[in-house]
Design a binder for this molecule. Structure first.
Ligand code: SIN
Ligand code: MN
Length: 293
């Protein structure tokens, strides 16, 4: 799948593209049905909400579950990203965020590339976030909030927040958020929240400033977040465990368009649990690790 010149211009201007109903109900069901088994596992790859049992974020499902391994290779998801970068991409991060009914906590204002630069030493912003809704997203169940055009600021100042929620994040302070929202139109479009049916997809720039509120509604808001990085832009440090920031820089090889409906064979090497190597971390740059090996 390729993007039109209009879509490319819109992405450059706003920092995101929204594709409502991009995957059918039947395709989405193949994914949704696999979530309860993943969330039930007592493994490091499930991060739970602070003081609760509800899963906040699940990592690396594409290494564990066949339907998600197929999604990771879907041409309707990978195609437009590698088209925009004019380069092949690899999977940097794969999450299924719960934002469960009544329990889903906030994601503070942040940029993803800030974390990838600070923690993983990813050289440039040539990595894309993809969100795929597994539930309908409405104004009540904690939709994503974007500040349109904020990606043009590049990496903005951020603080490492280790306390607010159960997941550490480089967050942007309120004064800067106020300025960015004013610049984007204040009350008239300074914050947008793409909403739509399960199966909708968003592509958003790795420097786009975003957040989401808590989910006080009785409606789950499960969504997959995939981060695809241009192969030449792979991370240079393994400070975070491999199940969070992947170390296999092989270009993604796409499956046919019907891969969520037909059982194409895929590898799920971590299906019986994480290997010890997936938990190892290092502060050395990877060049140094290669020489030691
Ligand atoms: C994220 O920014 O990684 C997650 C935001 C959300 O799930 O609302
Ligand atoms: Mn994010």
């Amino acid at each position: 799948m390729k993007l039109s010149a209009e879509q490319r211009a819109q992405f450059d201007r706003d920092g995101y593209l929204f594709f409502p109903g991009h995957f059918s109900a039947e395709e989405t069901k193949a994914l949704t049905d696999a979530v309860p088994d993943l969330y039930s596992r007592r493994e490091a790859f499930n991060v739970r909400e602070k003081g609760k049992d509800a899963v906040r974020t699940n990592f690396a499902a594409h290494m564990i579950s066949e339907p998600f391994a197929r999604l990771a290779r879907h041409p309707r998801m990978v195609g437009p990203v590698s088209d925009l970068f004019e380069e092949e991409v690899y999977m940097h991060q794969f999450k299924i965020n719960g934002k469960m009914a009544f329990e889903g906590d906030v994601w503070q204002w942040h940029q993803d590339y800030g974390t990838w630069l600070n923690d993983d030493q990813m050289p440039t912003e040539r990595a894309m976030n993809v969100a795929i809704f597994l539930d309908d997203v409405n104004e009540h169940n904690g939709p994503l909030m974007f500040i349109p055009g904020s990606h043009v600021k590049g990496v903005v100042e951020a603080q490492h927040d280790l306390t607010t929620t159960s997941y550490p994040l480089w967050t942007v302070d309120n004064d800067l958020i106020r300025q960015l929202v004013d610049r984007a139109g204040g009350k008239n479009g300074g914050i947008v929240s793409p909403k739509g049916p399960a199966g909708s997809m968003i592509l958003f720039h790795s420097c786009l400033v975003h957040a989401s509120g808590s989910n006080l509604s009785p409606f789950n808001r499960v969504a997959v977040y995939l981060s695809l990085c241009a192969v030449s832009n792979h991370i240079r440090r393994f400070k975070r465990p491999e199940f969070i920031a992947h170390r296999d820089f092989t270009p993604i090889s796409m499956l046919p368009d019907d891969c969520l409906l037909k059982l194409y064979p895929v590898d799920t090497p971590w299906k019986d649990g994480l290997p010890a190597s997936a938990l190892e971390t290092s502060l050395e740059p990877i060049d140094a690790l290669e020489t030691q090996a």
